[in-house]
Design a protein around this ligand. Structure first.
Ligand code: FBP
Ligand code: MG
Ligand code: MG
Length: 339
C-alpha cells in the first residue's frame, strides 16, 4: 500500500473507500458503491444474527440447497439480504450464491460487476453462538452489456477478481477486504452503525503455530497431508478448528497458521467451493503475503467449469503451505516410484 495515503485507524469505511478510489483517476465509483452495498447488507445481517434467538430465526429452514445441505434459516435470510442489497445497489448484473442453484440475473443489465457469495459461512455453528461469516468475490463482467450476463461471466478464474472479502460475525464484527492493493480490516461499531479501520495493511506472518483441520476424515486424507499433520504435532503446533472457515482463516491470517480441508473419501474433490469460498480467501491471503493451493495448483489459477464446484484447500502462512506441498510432492514421488 502507498504509505503517503496510509489512513489512520478509526477512519470510516466510507472515507477509506473514497480515498482509495482517488488513487485511480479513471475509477468511476461503481466498485466503491458496490463495496458500500455489501457493507450495508452486512450490518443488517449482523443485526439478525445478534438477535437470532429472540426473533425465531434459529434452526433449519426445511429445504436443501444445491449442495444437498440442510439450509438454516439464517442461510436463507442472509441470502435474501445480500441479494436485495446487490440488486438495489444497481452495480451488479449477476450473482452466484451458495444458496441458489443457478445464477441470479439482477436485471441491472448495465451493471459492470458479478458477485459470487457465500451469504452465511459456518452454518453448523449458527445456533451455538460460535463465529460465522460471509464470503464474497467480485469480478468485472466480460460479456457485452446488451446481452445481459453469460455463464462465462460467472466462471472466471480467481486471478480475475477485482475485489474479495469476508465479514466475520464474532466477538466483534469485522469486514476484511482487498482490491488487489493490500488487505485492510474494519471493525463494526453498532452504536454508531459504522465500520472503522482497525487493522490497516494486514500482513500474515510467514509461519505460525496454529493448524486448522477437521481430522475426523484423517483415515482417507492423502498421505502427504497425514504426514504434515504428524509434523505439526511433532513441532508442538496447536490445533485450532472452529468449523467456520471464515473464523479459522481470520485467526490464521492475523496470527500465522494454516487451514487444510483436503479431499477425503466423503468429499473426493474437497468440501469447500471454489467460486465463493476458496477464490476470495486465496486473493486475500496472497495480498497479505501468504499462499493458497489445492495441493498441486495455485487456487486462483484453477479454471472453473461449474458454479458450485469444490476443491481441496490448503491456505495460510507461506512457509507452512510450502511445507505441505513439499510433503505432498514427496509422497507422490514415492507412490510413482520416481524416488
Ligand atoms: O464440518 P466440517 O466437515 O469440518 O466442515 C466445516 C466447514 O464447512 C463450512 O461450514 C462450509 O461452509 P458453509 O457453512 O457456508 O456451507 C465451512 O465454514 C467450514 O470450515
Ligand atoms: Mg461456507
Ligand atoms: Mg454458507
Amino acid at each position: 500500500m502507498n504509505d503517503k495515503l496510509a489512513l489512520p485507524v478509526g477512519t470510516t469505511l466510507d472515507r477509506f473507500i473514497m480515498r482509495k478510489q482517488e488513487e485511480f483517476p479513471y475509477a468511476s465509483g461503481e466498485l466503491s458503491q458496490l463495496l458500500r452495498d455489501i457493507a450495508l447488507a452486512a450490518k443488517i445481517v449482523n443485526r439478525e444474527i445478534n438477535r437470532a434467538g429472540l426473533i425465531g430465526v434459529t434452526g433449519a429452514f426445511g429445504n436443501q440447497n444445491v449442495q444437498g445441505e440442510e439450509q438454516q434459516k439464517l442461510d436463507v435470510i442472509a441470502n435474501i439480504r445480500f441479494i436485495r442489497a446487490l440488486r438495489n445497489g444497481g452495480e451488479v448484473c449477476a450473482i452466484l450464491s451458495e444458496e441458489e442453484d443457478d445464477i441470479i440475473l439482477t436485471g441491472n443489465n448495465k451493471g459492470k460487476y458479478i458477485v459470487a457469495i457465500d451469504p452465511l459461512d459456518g452454518s453448523s455453528n449458527i445456533d451455538v453462538n460460535v463465529s460465522i461469516g460471509t464470503i464474497f468475490s467480485i469480478y468485472r463482467r466480460i460479456s457485452d452489456a446488451d446481452l445481459g450476463s453469460t455463464p462465462a461471466d460467472c466462471l472466471q478464474k480467481g486471478t480475475c477478481q477485482v475485489a474479495a472479502g469476508y465479514i466475520v460475525y464474532g466477538s466483534s464484527t469485522m469486514l476484511v477486504y482487498t482490491t488487489g492493493h493490500g488487505v485492510n480490516g474494519f471493525t463494526y461499531d453498532s452504536t454508531l452503525g459504522e465500520f472503522f479501520l482497525s487493522n490497516p495493511n494486514i500482513i500474515t506472518p510467514k509461519t505460525g503455530a496454529f493448524y486448522s483441520c477437521n481430522e475426523g476424515g484423517l483415515n482417507s486424507f492423502p498421505d502427504g497431508i497425514k504426514n504434515y499433520l504428524e509434523y505439526c504435532k511433532n513441532e508442538g503446533y496447536s490445533a485450532r478448528y472452529i468449523g467456520s472457515l471464515v473464523a479459522d482463516f481470520h485467526r490464521n491470517l492475523l496470527k500465522g497458521g494454516i487451514y487444510l480441508y483436503p479431499q477425503t473419501a466423503k468429499t473426493p474433490s474437497g468440501k469447500l467451493r471454489l467460486m465463493y469460498e476458496c477464490n476470495a480467501l486465496a486473493f486475500i491471503i496472497e495480498q497479505a503475503g501468504g499462499r493458497a493451493t489445492d495441493g498441486t495448483k495455485r487456487i486462483m489459477e484453477i479454471v472453473p467449469s461449474e458454479l458450485h464446484q469444490r476443491c481441496p484447500l490448503i491456505i495460510g502462512s507461506v512457509e507452512m503451505v510450502n511445507k505441505v506441498e513439499e510433503m505432498l510432492v514427496k509422497e507422490e514421488a514415492l507412490h510413482t516410484g520416481s524416488i
